[in-house]
Write a protein that binds this ligand. Structure first.
Ligand code: DQA
Length: 146
């Protein structure tokens, strides 16, 4: 069976394509999912790609990832800057985790500069738009196979 990666997306990312296109572009979450599936298939990984607007749902899914997946890619969206619960779930899941942001959070509002997730992530990719998800899959696959 191929190794599995969970790719989890937080609040408002279901609105990509029409949400603040000057910041996030016109790529939809469906486009990102398709790109992730192609990338993962090419390198022999199965993916579970999900989005929710609910913090507790993300916590449940991170716990599930810890039980069944080899790695986690997460764009926690606004919860990045607020959620101790998501950070604790990632710590507990104990699988290599990449934090992804479409935008460069350090070049935006000051409240976006702090991430609760970064200190417990294996790595962080931000500012490359949808490409960041592809880079995260490639990087995580190397970490898992090493
Ligand atoms: C985001 C950045 C966050 O600050 C913001 O709240 C989001 C999206 C990004 O992908 O750039 O919803 O995570």
């Amino acid at each position: 069976m191929a190794s599995a990666l969970f790719i989890l997306n937080g609040p408002n990312l279901n609105r990509l394509g029409t949400r603040e296109p000057d910041v996030y572009g016109h790529t939809t979450l469906g486009d990102i999912e398709r790109m992730c599936r192609e990338t993962a298939e090419d390198i022999g990984f199965d993916i579970e790609f999900r989005q929710t607007n609910f913090e507790g749902m993300l916590v449940d899914w991170i716990q599930e990832a810890g039980d069944v997946a080899q790695g986690l890619i997460i764009n926690p969206a606004a919860y990045t800057h607020t959620s101790v619960a998501i950070r604790d779930a990632i710590t507990t899941a104990d699988i290599p985790t990449v934090e992804v942001h479409l935008s460069n959070i350090h070049a935006r509002d000051a409240f976006r500069h702090h991430s609760y997730v970064s200190p417990v992530a294996y790595g962080v990719i931000c500012g490359f738009g949808a490409t960041g998800y592809r880079l995260a899959i490639e990087a995580l696959s190397e970490v898992i196979r090493a």
